[in-house]
Ligand binder design. Structure first.
Ligand SMILES: [Ca+2]
Ligand SMILES: [Ca+2]
Length: 384
């Protein structure tokens, strides 16, 4: 009796991986189209394996991206130029609420995901060629939307994605492929937590024009505001978990973000030990500040952004970021509106070193554009 059961089980097991690779194929354009069509049909709930779960997240995120691309296109057709009108507010709020909900669903799946070795999907981003804006054409910007830039290329521009195919041939690694591992899951999770946090932040406020003398910002949803604080805080914690998970990796094959010892990666930036150290130092200062354990109290003679932050609080006091979110009043109409979150620096709430760190990094960057501190600004964009 046992033998046939074992036989059937092993047969099933030998067929199953084949089956799931046909369903969860992210290394070809046809593969991703089929995999995501299947997920979409089942409301991104198809299957229970870790491969299926990764597929659910990727396909849900892509469907969201498509929805946003269509929404933006629609906006271009019938632009509503009165940004302060109630109609505009309702329209934007509806869209951001949808984005928040979809990001939240992917975030919850990622939170529970713990990949064992080789459970990660193989990914070839340049093969993800999809009609994102729904005009039944795959334009060059859509064809290369997911392609990874070559190492050393400028990772950030404020312009719209280019529509020139030569640009992509020249600047992108169109052969890039990698296998997802747990560190990469943390990477994706941190992004989802940050973006969902930002959507909550935006939805907490509304532009208020009821006082004709001045435009005010009105806080309309304290629950959403606290949720944004919690999610961004969770994103910072995930970022630290990712950093440690990356450093603990001992293999070196088909990597996405590399640790200082890994060479076989397709990440646009090399991550040496100095970059990991600065990343750790930055998080080590940011996390307690975010959680209200340290206080943002820049010297009152500081210039620029730091200086104006300093002037928001009375002398010898600083901002408690956690209080800023937890006790927000209804109206914000001047920089003094944040005074409710000011507190004295004391033994239990020392001044954060983050402002000093940022200032030093900027200073070093000015003197030496190749310094690791300066590069960190670039890392921050890619690594979060
Ligand atoms: Ca298109
Ligand atoms: Ca890795």
């Amino acid at each position: 009796m046992l033998k046939p059961i074992l036989f059937v089980t092993s047969l099933t097991l030998s067929i199953l991986p084949g089956l799931s690779s046909a369903q969860n194929n992210f290394t070809s354009t046809e593969g991703i189209q089929k995999s995501c069509a299947l997920q979409e049909k089942q409301n991104f709930n198809h299957g229970t394996s870790n491969a299926d779960k990764q597929s659910q997240v990727i396909c849900r995120d892509i469907a969201l991206l498509k929805q946003v691309a269509r929404w933006v296109d629609q906006l271009k057709v019938s632009p509503n130029r009165d940004f302060t009108s109630r109609d505009f507010d309702t329209m934007v709020r509806k869209e951001i609420t949808y984005i928040r909900q979809q990001l939240g669903a992917s975030r919850k799946t990622l939170e529970k995901m713990q990949l064992k070795p080789n459970e990660g999907l193989m990914i070839e981003p340049a093969q993800w060629q999809l009609d994102l804006n729904g005009d039944s054409k795959i334009s060059p910007w859509e064809k290369y939307f997911f392609a990874v830039v070559k190492p050393g290329e400028r990772p950030f521009t404020m312009s719209m994605p280019s529509d020139d195919p030569n640009y992509y041939q020249e600047h992108f690694n169109l052969q890039a492929k990698f296998q997802v591992d747990q560190s990469d899951v943390y990477w994706a999770l941190a992004y989802h937590q940050f973006f969902e946090g930002f959507t909550n932040l935006i939805l907490s406020f509304q532009i208020d024009m009821s006082d004709r003398r001045q435009m005010r910002i009105k806080m309309i949803d304290p629950v959403s505001l606290q949720k944004s604080h919690a999610l961004i805080g969770a994103g910072l914690a995930t970022s630290e978990r990712m950093r440690q998970s990356l450093l603990a990796e001992t293999d070196d094959q088909d990597e996405w973000i590399p640790n200082p010892n890994q060479k076989n990666h397709v990440f646009p930036l090399a991550m040496d030990q100095a970059a990991f150290n600065i990343w750790g130092k930055f998080l080590g200062e940011t996390i307690p500040l975010w959680n209200g354990k340290t206080i943002l109290a820049p010297p009152s003679n500081a210039g620029g952004m730091l200086g104006s932050t300093a002037k928001m609080c009375p002398p010898n006091q600083g901002l408690n970021v956690a209080t800023l979110f937890k006790r927000a009043p209804t109206y914000f109409d001047s920089s003094l509106s944040v005074r409710y979150a000011c507190m004295s620096v004391d033994k239990d709430h020392p001044a954060s070193q983050l402002a000093k760190m940022a200032e030093e990094a900027l200073e070093q960057g000015r003197n030496n554009p190749k310094s690791p501190e300066w590069s960190f600004v670039r890392y921050f964009y890619w690594v979060n």
